[in-house]
Design a protein around this ligand. Sequence first.
Ligand code: AMP
Ligand code: MN
Ligand code: MN
Ligand code: MN
Length: 274
Amino acid sequence: MASDLHIHTSFSDGKFLPEEIVEKSKQLGLKYIGITDHDTIDGIADLYDKGFYPATGINIIPGIEMSADSEKHEIHILGYNIDIFNEELRENLIEVSEARWTRFSEIIEKLNNEGYDITETEVLTLAGASRSISRSHVARVLVKKGIFKTVREAFNTLLERGKPCYVPHFRLSVKKIIELIHSAGGIVVLAHPKLIYDDDSVQELLDLGMDGIEAYYPEHNDIDTARYINYAKKRNLIISGGSDYHGIGARHNIELGEFELDDKFAKQIFEMKK
Ligand code: AMP
Ligand code: MN
Ligand code: MN
Ligand code: MN
């Protein structure tokens, strides 16, 4: 049996509804899954409301992936076992997702100014139930309209940091995110450290009070993983891992079930309370 602790749903920028993710994961025989939407826990709340969480036949870890404020790096932080009813967390997430809407309008304006034919309505139609509008929704529309071949190409040309239509959005500080996740009873894990592209910063981030590191990730090779496990051992941190599945063309096109995290890591997180 295998597990996957980094999965997106249509409540952020994934393709499938949370209940579809649960069903697919069960069929694939995954034992533990972490639902980790960007800046929202509404997907888990939706599962709960519909009676799919807690589930039988699979262990669902209620999670989140939050983007942290940083001038230089793209820092993402995962929270696991969070109390989805925690008021302070909810209030802060509302502030972050509202800022994403303003920023989304600015992205469309920049694209129009650069001569790209795209409207807010087209993106909102594609984004559907999303509570957390993101650059990847915009990129998907650009691909759908035949302007770019892949989501990745749209990012590389226009949407990435430093590119003509990049707009940052309001993000909480690393310290605030750690504090919020902890106060909601959660475990804090540094996401995909390789995508920070600076191991000194990775180690400094871990020392700010993280509980763990996502050592297993599709874009990490064995040497990367071993290095991150070593960072964890030195600090007595837990080890996590996940596919970052979106169900659509994203950074990488991995299918659910292709990436396998050893259950022992997932079990440890599932049973851990702060
Ligand atoms: P945002 O949260 O709006 O800044 O958008 C970031 C999202 O876009 C990430 O969660 C990824 O799903 C996706 N993404 C980021 N960088 C890339 C890239 N280079 N290629 C494809 N997708 C990307
Ligand atoms: Mn994403
Ligand atoms: Mn991420
Ligand atoms: Mn992710």
